[in-house]
Ligand binder design. Structure first.
Ligand code: ZN
Length: 465
């Protein structure tokens, strides 16, 4: 093994590796501290050729690797649990090109999302993807996990943003699919295999992303609604009246807002009277979209679909409204442990799902405090249950699997998915086996065996044994 390590270190050069446990440590633990791994060697290749040479050697020697981007994943997909070699892609951090006419950008895997957003913005264009961890998360990780976020309603998940990919295969070959074509109907769309594959089929080293026109104007409101059913009615009204120009439609429960107000410095309730539910919604487009948006909100208020609304009158107010939504995870973390779910159901089933699942979980765990929130416009809910204050954390978190299965069963009954945007990793492999058909699971195994016959790429993740 030491001989293999020596060869790997020679490939990446002195700046491209570390064996120092203190330097490796931050790469071994995920953000929520739910998963901790171990790895003797962190490789930080700087080029696709180095990644290729590393993987080729690992293939020859049967050495397992775990690729990692910004380490913001939430299901353990980026953590080496069995002493695998960790490959951080963060030194592949070049934007290789941006073409205004093609409205596309080619970024290497380690480019941080905000860097790509800035490059597009400078060209009067926009990367559609936006999520809370955008200052840390990388393009390769976003592609590999098919990331979602707050703009999926309008622009789709990462899968829909990717025009082309460069991927290092399990034997070290570089698969160049880095095209920026909008139409390419020339056989299997192979790049799709690697999007959302969590590094189990290949290592993404670069991606060509779609860019969109930068909106001239954004209209943002924090709206009180009486219940979730009304929230989904509000969605329909706003989509109809803005002709589909909503880019975000986020549900916030009063319980969630209370946590933000309690824990996030400077957070203020934008509305005078409390409401059990809120929606943070935003439309964007050409100048004048705000007038259309406000008249749509007035209609919703007249119809009783909405009770009150705070409309952002400046960019600073807009940022304050968004901070309420984006701080929910942080506020939950500061409050204490939560049992968490990332699920989706059809929008039409969301109200019924939330009521049914809250009843089922609180029947089992009466002290659990429901804090559901999320991307209601996509039917994606971060369906969380906060521990009661002063309760025993270990005892509470011991219920994770049991509560998860209760929630996932109800999701399944409502025609939904046990993983909306966070992926499978290690956390949801059992769920994948439980809810996918035998044919789907077997086809996934077949793909894994075909593309990674030695099982060296992120083994033990995503695909059930
Ligand atoms: Zn989310």
């Amino acid at each position: 093994m030491s001989d293999v390590f020596a060869q790997l270190k020679a490939i990446v050069g002195p700046k491209g590796f570390t064996e120092d446990p203190a330097e490796i440590a931050p790469h071994l633990e995920e953000w929520r501290s739910k998963y901790t791994g171990r790895s003797p060697l962190l490789l930080k290749p700087a080029t696709t050729q180095e990644v290729s040479a590393v993987v080729a050697l690992c293939a020859q020697t049967g050495t397992a690797v775990v690729p990692q981007g910004g380490n913001t994943g939430l299901v353990g997909g980026q953590i080496p649990f069995h002493g695998e070699i960790l490959i951080s892609l963060t030194r592949l951090n070049k934007i290789r090109g941006l073409d205004v006419k093609d409205a596309s950008l080619v970024a290497e895997a380690g480019v941080v999302l905000t860097t790509a957003q800035k490059a597009a913005d400078d060209a009067q264009l926009m990367v559609a993807l936006s999520l809370a961890s955008e200052g840390t998360t990388t393009i390769g990780g976003l592609v590999s996990t098919n990331a979602g976020g707050v703009n999926v309603l309008r622009y789709g998940m990462m899968r829909e943003q990717v025009l082309g990919l460069e991927v290092v295969l399990a034997d070290g070959r570089v698969l160049d699919l880095l095209r920026s074509l909008r139409k390419d109907n020339s056989g299997y769309d192979l790049k799709q295999l690697f999007i959302g594959a969590e590094g189990t089929l290949g290592i993404v080293t670069a991606a060509a992303l779609k860019l969109f026109p930068k909106p001239e104007e954004r209209a943002t409101a924090f709206v009180a609604v009486p219940d979730v059913h009304a929230a989904t009615n509000l969605l329909a009204i706003l989509q109809h009246r803005t002709n589909g120009l909503l880019n975000a439609f986020e549900l916030v429960s009063r319980s969630g807002l209370d946590l933000v107000l309690a824990h996030i410095p400077g957070a203020k309730d934008p509305l005078a009277a409390p409401s059990p539910w809120y929606v943070l919604c935003e439309a964007s487009g050409i100048a004048g979209i705000g007038v259309v948006f406000e008249s749509a909100l007035e209609k919703a208020l007249e119809d009783g679909v909405a009770v009150d609304a705070a409309i952002a009158a400046s960019e600073a107010q807009r940022e304050n409204l968004w901070r309420l939504r984006e701080s929910l995870s942080e506020a939950q973390k500061l409050e204490g442990p939560s049992l968490k779910h990332d699920v989706s159901v059809p929008v039409s089933a969301a109200a019924n799902f939330i009521a049914t699942a809250i009843a089922a979980v609180t029947h089992r765990l009466p002290s659990a405090r429901p804090v559901p929130f999320g991307h209601l416009g996509d039917g994606n809910l971060h369906f969380n249950f906060q521990m009661a204050r002063g309760a025993d954390a270990d005892a509470y978190l011991a219920h994770w699997d049991e509560i998860q299965q209760i929630v996932h069963d109800i999701v399944h009954e409502h025609g939904g998915s046990f993983s909306a945007e966070h992926g499978v990793g290690v956390m949801k492999r059992a769920a994948l086996k439980r809810y996918k058909s035998a044919a789907e699971v077997e086809l996934m195994r077949t793909l894994k065996r075909t593309l990674d016959p030695k099982n060296i790429l992120n083994p033990g993740k995503l695909v059930p044994d």
